[in-house]
Design a protein around this ligand. Structure first.
Ligand code: R2B
Ligand code: URA
Length: 309
């Protein structure tokens, strides 16, 4: 019944009685994973019941606030939506906004950051008994052989060796998890992109790295241990393996959502073509518009799902 109950054998499980007492008391001490923000989230769990259908996550708190405000307008909800409140204000962990059936949450940069947020979010959705939730990461990335401003819908997230896996160290052992994403959802998003004019959208592999500089083959970090030729050879190999963009969260996101039974997608705009350079040189206004592209696509998708267009 509880579609969001973690299905992996090693996931933390709370006996039903302990879950109830946790909800009643709002006490984080009962959780095996203790966090500062959990008491707030658990105490507010009832507010989400049977309501949240779409969860959108992205790196920046400001961008995710702007997305919530944008969705408020797109869904034709009452009021301007400008005053949307941060449900997690005061925790300093991440920002969370809700508008209608949409939850918009920031996850910071990199795998450790998104994975903390996802653990807490998935427990929240579970306690709130949310079902059939679709979760989408909207973000930025470096493109590979594609025009800056293109939007990539990920079919498979791959690691820096182009393998579809996420390696997590658990109790000192490396546990390998699959990073496949929902194929149907990716196709549905691609179909929606036809309704959003003025930018190219494609499906491809997304490479996820642990670092923005050396880890993504950049020559302009504080450290660089390879030549320009070696960098290009690596990036071309990635392109040949089907990689169309590079970012820093997709493997952990895909693996966790898959294990917990969430339908998930990753939609990122490319800020540059990495085969042409390392630095993001587009003017601020251009970058702002690029970052709105995944948001516009997801708005079209949600409107379509809700029968609003
Ligand atoms: C995209 O952009 C960030 C790095 O600048 C990182 O969070 C990502 O995945
Ligand atoms: N985010 C990344 O991780 N890499 C880029 O090149 C651009 C944005």
């Amino acid at each position: 019944l509880l579609a969001l109950r973690p299905r992996c054998s090693d996931a933390p499980r709370l006996p039903v009685r302990r879950q109830r007492s946790l909800l009643a008391s709002g006490a984080a001490a009962h959780c095996r994973v203790r966090t500062d923000s959990m008491p707030v989230l658990v105490r507010n769990a009832h507010k989400f019941t049977f309501y949240t259908q779409f969860v959108c996550v992205g790196g920046s708190p400001n961008r995710m606030k702007a997305f919530a405000q944008f969705m408020h307008k797109e869904l034709g909800l009452e009021g301007s939506g400008e005053d949307v409140a941060d449900i997690c204000a005061g925790t300093d962990r991440y920002a969370m906004y809700r508008t209608g059936p949409v939850l918009s949450i920031s996850h910071g940069m990199g795998i450790p950051s998104i994975s903390i947020m996802l653990h807490e979010l998935i427990k929240l959705l579970h306690h709130a008994k949310c079902r059939d939730v679709t979760i989408i990461r909207i973000g930025t990335s470096g493109g590979l052989g594609i025009k800056a401003g293109s939007v990539v819908i990920t079919d498979t997230a791959v690691d820096a060796s182009f393998q579809p896996r996420f390696e997590q160290v658990v109790l000192g052992d490396v546990v390998v998890r699959s990073t496949d994403l929902d194929r149907e959802l990716a196709e549905e998003l691609l179909a929606c992109s036809k309704e959003v004019p003025n930018f190219p959208t494609l499906i491809g592999h997304t490479m996820c790295t642990y670092d923005f500089y050396e880890g993504q083959g950049r020559l302009d970090g504080a450290l660089c241990s390879f030549s320009s030729e070696k960098k290009l050879e690596y990036l071309k190999r990635a392109h040949k393996a089907g990689v169309r963009n590079i970012e820093m969260e997709s493997t952990a996101f895909a693996a966790m959502c898959r294990l917990c039974g969430l339908r998930a997608a990753v939609v990122c705009v490319a800020l540059l073509d990495r085969l042409e350079g390392d630095q993001i040189r587009a003017p601020r206004e251009v970058l702002r518009e690029y970052q709105q592209r995944p948001q516009r696509l997801i708005a079209a998708f949600i409107r379509r799902r809700l029968g609003l267009c």
